[in-house]
Design a protein around this ligand. Structure first.
Ligand code: BV8
Ligand code: ZN
Length: 260
């Protein structure tokens, strides 16, 4: 097979383009890998550790209850890193497709806000399953606030506080052991169940319920196309597994058909 770009066989790229072109509804599920080429550290890749802490140990309610300063220090570091990052060609191509095509929706596990930054229209806004690095939520009254500011984690007293009731604020993200927002999850389940194609980009497919969305598409008779630099638990059941970096492959399979 003649290789296309990024070493993906031309026939596989053409087949992905055909499946995506024929599907009335497409749902895209992204993970940290879609932002890797923007410089955002992935969870489980080489950059997945922070000061020898594992993400799974810090992204939990117990960790925050035990040491809110340490957890806020980690989120403050991630916020500073991600604030410097810009959407890459994969985010841009996905946003363009979501704007230009009816029935093309993005669902993300990422909290880095890069799909939002690439969105040029409301239709291109991604459904954020796990919340956002740039929003806080009050631990007492639940008030949410957009917040891109640096975090002063030098002491518990200086941690972010709720503007309304003064209680300690937390990152507005879903931690391990916490349930996703039922409305958000419900919408994602509906999108995946209705989709003719689920395009899975840059996720290790280890975290549930997000990773289970692709199975809903497949069980409803749809196709699953996976873009990743490595195998995942989804690879075996995918209709197509395109091996290579998202920023190269996503624009290639979503590019509007060349004018005949
Ligand atoms: C829930 C937000 C009901 C925070 C995240 C025991 C006790 C409690 C729960 C569980 C349990 N066992 C299982 C569970 C369920 C648990 C779970 O799935 N655990 C896993 C680890 C086994 N899930 C939950 O807890 C969920 N809630 O189930 O509620 C419940 C309630 C109570 C008790 C039980 C159940 C909540 C899950 C949400 C957790 N929050 N993030 C934050 O970000 O700080 S998850 C976190 O992992 C991120 O959101 C991230 O998006 C997500 C998945 O990781 P990936 O995005 O896939 O990133 P990763 O680094 O892993 O992989 C990157 C991939 O990209 C790799 O495949 C790599 O090859 C690829 N790649 C790299 N570069 C590129 C690339 N691909 C393409 N191009 C490139 N250039
Ligand atoms: Zn409050």
């Amino acid at each position: 097979m003649t290789p296309g770009m990024a070493g993906v066989p031309r026939a596989a790229v053409d087949r992905a383009r055909r499946l995506l072109g024929e599907a009335e509804h497409v749902v895209v599920l992204t993970g940290a890998g879609v932002s890797a080429e923007s410089g955002v550290p992935t969870f489980r890749g080489p950059g997945g550790l922070w000061k020898e802490h594992r993400a799974e140990d810090l992204a939990t309610p117990n960790a925050f209850a035990r040491d809110p300063r340490l957890v806020w220090e980690w989120y403050g570091w991630r916020r500073r890193v991600v604030r410097q990052c810009v959407p890459n060609a994969a985010h841009v191509a996905l946003a363009a497709a979501a704007s230009d095509r009816d029935g093309f929706r993005i669902v993300t596990q990422n909290v880095d806000g890069l799909h939002a930054a690439a969105a040029s229209s409301p239709e291109a806004q991604a459904l954020e399953l796990h919340g956002s690095l740039f929003r806080t939520r009050c631990t007492r009254c639940g008030e949410r606030r957009d917040d891109r500011a640096d975090v002063d984690a030098s002491s518990v007293e200086r941690l972010p506080r709720c503007r309304s009731c003064g209680a300690l604020a937390r990152p507005d993200v879903v931690w391990f052991g916490e349930s996703l927002d039922p409305d958000v999850l419900g919408e994602a389940v509906e999108l995946a169940s209705d989709a003719g194609v689920c395009l899975v980009v840059g996720t290790s497919a280890l975290v549930h319920p997000a990773a289970g969305l692709a199975d809903l598409t497949r069980r409803a008779g749809g196709d699953v196309i996976e873009i990743n630099v490595a195998d995942t638990p989804l690879t075996g059941s995918a209709t197509l597994a395109l091996r290579g970096p998202a920023a190269a492959i996503v624009p290639e399979i979503l590019a509007p058909a060349a004018l005949e």
